[in-house]
Design a protein around this ligand. Structure first.
Ligand code: A3P
Length: 313
């Protein structure tokens, strides 16, 4: 039976409750030039994060909001559970330890990093941060990072619906207003195209594996296999099938009451490719094409995104 992630659900519920009494302009704050949600991040936590000591066997997932981080989080925690001879999703699985801390590295109180020193290996963490804002020890100690990227038009589309569903982020009356903010760097966790170009500087590093939302969607079994190999986790055919089945959109949505509480209804929206076609005007589409060209096209990450296939067709 799917294990309930009480800590995760409680933190989100608390943040939503706090946001309800805040003005729209109070929901985000700026730290080192990037906006973050006030209800879940703080300057004190960012300061404390600088001294976080990564371990070489930490399993780190990096991805901009809405690129499928909750999806890949489950795949990774299932793989860690298997490596520890536990049953994915069960009470005894890795969630039991990991759920002691909210999995997003930069989310929570400033003391969480001290508590994390006591967690057994392999620790799992997710982050929406740009690489230059991550603790230096992650790169120094060669912790492995799975970098998840998604086509920018679907990221914007998913983010728009998320902002309007979740009280902790500023909501938008129209898609046009959201699009303007998305393109002018007014999003929580910063501008996606800048995020991509910053991460592109790290794309050749041996301890980083890049994967796209679209390729996981295309072939989940192959993606899970490749991820397991990258993190050095051997899998039987049966274990592979279990992780693949548990990570289908339908199955995650069905379990979301346990894994994500009411937040699950907002998070597991469509889970597909090309929903941007329902929102983007021709003019907006061209603006994104131009910005993509300027920021990232032609680079390693730019090519990996297969922009023409997913954002132009
Ligand atoms: P949509 O809003 O396009 O549906 P994140 O977890 O980083 O916030 O990303 C959320 C996006 O990932 C949402 O996209 C969500 O539906 C999608 N997603 C979550 N689980 C998924 C799954 N198992 N398969 C495909 N997409 C999934």
């Amino acid at each position: 039976m799917e294990k309930s992630r009480k800590q995760f659900v409680d933190l989100v519920d608390k943040a939503v409750e706090a946001a309800k009494s805040m003005r729209r302009d109070e929901l985000l704050f700026s730290y080192k030039g990037i906006l973050y949600p006030t209800t879940v991040c703080s300057p004190e936590t960012f300061k404390a994060l600088e001294s976080f000591e990564a371990r070489s066997d930490d399993v780190i997932l990096a991805g901009y909001p809405k690129s499928g981080t909750n999806w890949l989080s489950q795949i990774l925690t299932d793989l860690i559970a298997i490596s520890q001879k536990k049953t994915p999703g069960s009470e005894s699985s890795v969630h039991a330890e990991v759920s002691e801390e909210f999995p997003y590295l930069e989310v929570g109180d400033a003391e969480k990093y001290e508590r994390m020193t006591k967690l057994p290996s392999r620790r799992f963490m997710v982050t929406h941060l740009r690489p230059e804002n991550l603790p230096k020890s992650i790169f120094k100690n060669n912790a492995k990072i799975l970098l998840l990227i998604r086509n920018p038009k679907d990221v914007a589309t998913s983010f728009y619906h998320f902002c309007n569903g979740l009280a902790t982020l500023p909501s938008y009356e129209t898609w046009d207003e959201f699009f303007t903010d998305f393109m002018t760097k007014k999003m929580a966790w910063g501008c996606y195209l800048e995020y991509l170009s910053e991460w592109n500087k790290y794309a050749d590093k041996e301890n980083i594996m890049t994967i796209t939302y679209e390729e996981v969607k295309e072939n989940r079994a192959l993606s899970v296999k490749n991820i397991a190999t990258f993190f050095g986790i051997p899998l039987t055919e049966e274990q592979l099938q279990l992780v693949v089945e548990r990570s289908s959109f339908q199955s995650m949505k069905k379990n979301s009451d346990k894994t994500h509480g009411s937040f699950g209804n907002i998070l597991f929206r469509k889970g597909g490719v090309s929903d941007w076609k329902n929102l983007f005007t021709e003019d907006q589409s061209e603006k994104m094409d131009k910005a993509f060209e300027e920021h990232i096209a032609g680079t390693k990450l730019g090519k990996k995104l297969k922009y023409d296939l997913y954002c132009k067709a």
